[in-house]
Design a protein around this ligand. Structure first.
Ligand code: GAR
Length: 186
């Protein structure tokens, strides 16, 4: 099952890999905190059940979350551009079963406030010559769980936030399905 807040292009990369039989899995459902997330349409196009939980973090939201986790019984929970923190008591229920994709080479540019374009802006401001993306296990600390795999990309002198984001995102679309396959189809 997936959590996504945004356009859902990473979610789509896994939907495609499942459709193309590159990954042997069933995507049981999508949870989003954003009723305008592009991920919702992508789920709909592929008959993936979706639940919108706008008040994520509240008691009601937690109850709803538990209800769907119980219903879907996921072997793996994938955070694909999900911008809220999963409550600690839920993270603890799924040790080594929740993964997240992050658009930097963690531990660099991780933690609160580092998401989407903020990450790429910080990389450009630092003058780093390489950036990339990371898939890691989720624990109670933001972006600090064990790293599973990373891909590096070059940072070019002429890069803008948008060009760097695009180069990293293209690699995310390969890395995420690859890691999911590695975990589920051992
Ligand atoms: C991706 O770049 C993902 O790595 C990032 O949000 C984007 C979502 O794009 N996640 C984070 O910054 C998490 N801290 P998408 O909705 O098109 O998959």
């Amino acid at each position: 099952m997936f959590f996504a807040s945004g356009s859902g292009s990473n979610f789509q990369s896994v939907i495609d890999a499942v459709k193309n039989n590159e990954i042997d899995a069933v995507i049981s459902g999508l949870i989003t905190d954003n009723d305008r997330a592009g991920a919702i349409e992508r789920a709909k196009n592929h008959n993936i059940e979706t639940t919108i939980i706008p008040d994520f973090g509240s008691q009601d939201a937690d109850d709803k979350l538990i209800k769907y986790l119980t219903k879907w019984e996921p072997d793996l929970i994938v955070l694909a551009g999900f911008l809220k923190k999963i409550p600690d008591h839920i993270t603890r229920l799924y040790p080594q079963k929740i993964i997240n994709i992050h658009p930097s080479l963690l531990p660099k540019y991780g933690g609160k406030g580092f998401f989407g374009s903020h990450v790429h802006r910080a990389v450009l401001e630092s003058g780093d010559g390489v950036s990339g993306c990371t898939v890691h296990f989720v624990n109670e600390k933001y972006d600090e769980g064990k790293i599973i795999k990373q891909t590096q990309v070059k940072v070019l002198p002429e890069d803008t936030v948008e060009t760097l984001a695009q180069r990293v995102l293209s690699e995310e679309h390969k890395l995420l399905p690859e890691v999911i396959k590695q975990i589920l189809n051992k």
